[in-house]
Design a protein around this ligand. Structure first.
Ligand SMILES: *Cc1c(COP(=O)(O)O)cnc(C)c1O
Length: 398
């Protein structure tokens, strides 16, 4: 191994990553044909898709596909420049006005992706000497935005509001404070305690930002998000969500008060210095909002499927990490065991992902399943049986 010392560091790091990949196999890219289909072909094998975020099944919806095609015919393939230059094609205004009526919000803006939104919002709202309070299970883009902001990064234990309050108390009266949380946590499938967060943000004069990536389209009467489901939307300062999960497309939105959106559109570097979205993406977003607003029936079907799956797995004896949603993880523990579990599931015809540290804490590796409205009841039942079969084989359940 002596020679390795002389390798440039990139090569060395790559060798290490390759080694990790060999034992995990999960970071390899495999081609997925028609990912919107609940039954997939991966490497030629037919599998039930329990790994996609296409919760409402919109990624394959003909109405959305047609809206994209129309947008291309009318406005072209690409936006050609940033929105502040000449990239602000008319579909932006149409989609943003649709967004505002859907969310019943004063102002809003569409940006290029959820990742871009979080990195840009947080680094625009906080700076050196400010404080960002972030749930330990928040999405990586929130972490990256906070690091980029150079603010003091305070991570509180998952949903531990006493821990958060002790931090707020210690720093009160100093500079600006921003509390950020996912509304529906992507790895545990549980919810933030928004009511209590609102109380704390009011008491300590902080801004509250809620990331609705996994709840958009899925919770709320019109799929507006979890804060709407709780009727707390007016208490949240910054609503962020994406078109990339339940809404089946791509891109992200931010809504809030006009002063906030005005400020952000003049300060967010990911908005100012990046090319505007292609017209087709906006066409899809607008059509998806129109569908989501009306689609209570499909939402109910999704929630019924998810509840059914959670109940079955609990009955079989699995531990679900507190899931209350369409994101249903089962706790396994060690990395090796979790990887083996996912492999056996694949063998049985189920595509689900093994989630390991650093995405989750050490020794809390898990298998994460996601349910969609496109699944049939018999798919859910079949899957639960197969998961139990593997669970028994591996000694995860009795
Ligand atoms: C997926 C996700 C994002 C990133 O959204 P993209 O549109 O995929 O870039 C941000 N936040 C959370 C909580 C997410 O789950």
């Amino acid at each position: 191994m002596q020679g390795e010392k002389q390798l440039p560091w990139v090569k060395e790091a790559l060798t290490e990553l390759r080694h990790l990949e060999e034992i995990s196999q999960t970071r390899k890219l495999t081609t997925t044909e028609c990912a919107y289909d609940p039954w997939l072909r991966i490497d030629g094998k037919e599998m039930l898709n329990l790994a996609s975020n296409n919760y409402m099944g919109y990624a394959g919806d003909e109405r959305i596909k047609n809206a994209m095609i129309d947008a291309i015919h009318t406005y072209g393939a690409g936006a050609t420049a940033s929105r502040l230059i000449v990239g602000n094609h008319p579909l932006y205004e149409e989609t943003e006005s649709k967004l505002l009526s859907w969310k019943n919000a004063e102002a809003g803006i569409i940006v290029n992706s959820g990742y871009t939104a979080n990195v840009s919002i947080i680094s625009a709202l906080a700076g050196r000497g400010d404080f960002v309070y972030s749930d330990k299970l928040n999405h990586a883009s929130i972490v990256d935005g906070t690091i980029l902001s150079r603010a003091k990064f305070l991570r509180y234990r998952h949903n531990d509001l006493d821990h958060l309050e002790s931090m707020l108390k210690k720093n009160s009266n100093k500079n600006r404070h921003l509390i950020v949380t996912d509304s529906l946590f992507s790895m545990d499938g549980d919810f933030a305690h928004l009511k209590e967060l609102v109380q704390l943000k009011e008491q300590y004069h902080a801004l509250l930002m809620v990331d609705e990536a996994h709840a958009t389209g899925v919770f709320g009467k019109k799929g507006e998000g979890y804060s709407y489901h709780l009727e707390l939307q007016d208490k949240v300062d910054i609503h962020m969500g994406t078109f990339s999960k339940a809404l089946g497309g791509f891109g992200a939105y931010i809504v809030g008060k006009s002063w906030l959106i005005d400020y952000l559109s003049n300060r967010m570097r990911g908005f100012i210095y990046s090319t505007a979205l292609p017209p087709a993406i906006l066409g899809a977003a607008k059509a998806a909002i129109e569908l989501a607003e009306e689609d209570q029936e499909r939402r109910t079907l999704l929630h019924d499927h998810a509840a059914h799956f959670r109940r079955s797995l609990t009955d079989y004896g699995f531990t679900l990490c507190g899931s209350q949603s369409q994101i249903v993880p089962i706790m396994i523990g060690s990395n090796e065991k979790t990887i083996k579990f996912a492999e056996l599931l694949r063998h049985e015809g189920i595509a689900a992902i093994a989630i390991r540290p650093p995405t989750v804490p050490e020794n809390q590796a898990r298998i994460r399943f996601t349910i969609t409205a496109d699944h049939r009841k018999q798919d859910i039942e079949w899957a639960a049986e197969k998961v139990a079969l593997v669970g028994a084989m591996m000694g995860v359940i009795g």
